[in-house]
Design a protein. Structure first.
Length: 287
């Protein structure tokens, strides 16, 4: 319902009579994106006898429907929304419940359209302008407060996504804040996004190393040789075959020389034997 009718003015608020800690942990675990109130006595005022229970309030503040949310029809929601102010589907849009006049009109429209960062600097200038009227100063302060509260809400939602391991959504919100705002709000969001990115890279590296280690231990448990060790043993066998081939070739050469030059062959064979012993010792040391 929220996703479908938010742009038409529907505002969904979840209310619980349970404590802040319990409700906060639940919100973080699910990454809930709507406003949630804890420790509320509203259930008694609205005649709630069981949960879940929903109450639909129209644009005039009257109860249009009450009952199980599974029985709430889209037709009822559409009827209750007649005359409601349209809301931007952009999560950066700042919801405003009142109208503003004069030079605040365009700034308020920009905020509610999803670009609060563009309005913030101008509003701060109006609030500090000595020539601004009292109404303008009051209106500017109200809009600035709305922007800051909305940015704080989005930061909280980003942290909720991160705690529920939905890193992609968390970074989406943080990157949007960093792009939209300059100064304190944007810098803080940018720093947090960089921190999350770095943590994600470290986790991926650790996961890859852990996965390789687990794979090797699994192969060892099955009586198999891990891949890295197989490669090392293969290289060792290749070197051994190379040495054997060389020794065989030396033996053939020695036999030919003994047949043609018996005296020289004896000295040549002795020299090769010494060289072979030296090579074997060097090989044993290197291994």
């Amino acid at each position: 319902m929220h996703d479908e009718f938010a742009s038409q003015g529907l505002v969904v608020v979840a209310v619980s009579d349970e404590g802040d800690k319990l409700v906060s942990d639940y919100i973080d675990s699910l990454g809930i994106q709507i406003a949630v109130g804890a420790g509320s006595p509203a259930s008694g005022k609205y005649g709630v006898n069981g949960i879940p229970h929903s109450v639909l309030i129209d644009v005039n503040g009257r109860i249009a429907w009450s009952g199980s949310p599974y029985e709430l029809s889209k037709g009822k929601v559409k009827e209750a929304l007649k005359g409601a102010k349209k809301r931007s589907s952009n999560f950066m849009a700042v919801p405003l419940e009142e109208d503003f006049s004069g030079r605040l009109t365009a700034l308020a429209k920009t905020m509610s359209g999803g670009n609060p960062g563009k309005s913030l600097a101008a509003l701060q200038a109006i609030a500090a302008d000595e020539k601004a009227t009292a109404d303008e100063k009051t209106g500017a302060a109200t809009l600035i407060s709305s922007i800051e509260e909305h940015a704080q809400l989005l930061n909280g939602q980003a942290e909720g996504f991160l705690k529920s391991y939905d890193v992609q959504k968390g970074l989406l919100v943080l990157d949007a804040l960093a792009k939209e705002f300059s100064g304190t709000i944007g810098d803080a969001a940018k720093a947090r996004a960089a921190e999350v990115d770095e943590g994600t890279r470290r986790c991926r590296g650790a996961h890859a190393r852990s996965r390789a280690g687990l794979e090797d231990r699994c192969l060892e448990g099955q009586g198999q040789v891990p891949r890295g060790r197989r490669q090392a043993q293969g290289h060792a066998r290749g070197r051994a075959r190379g040495h054997d081939d060389a020794r065989q070739q030396e033996g053939l050469t020695s036999r030919r020389e003994s047949e043609q030059h018996p005296g020289r062959a004896t000295a040549s064979v002795a020299a090769r034997i010494v060289q072979g012993l030296v090579a074997q010792r060097a090989e044993s040391v290197s291994w």
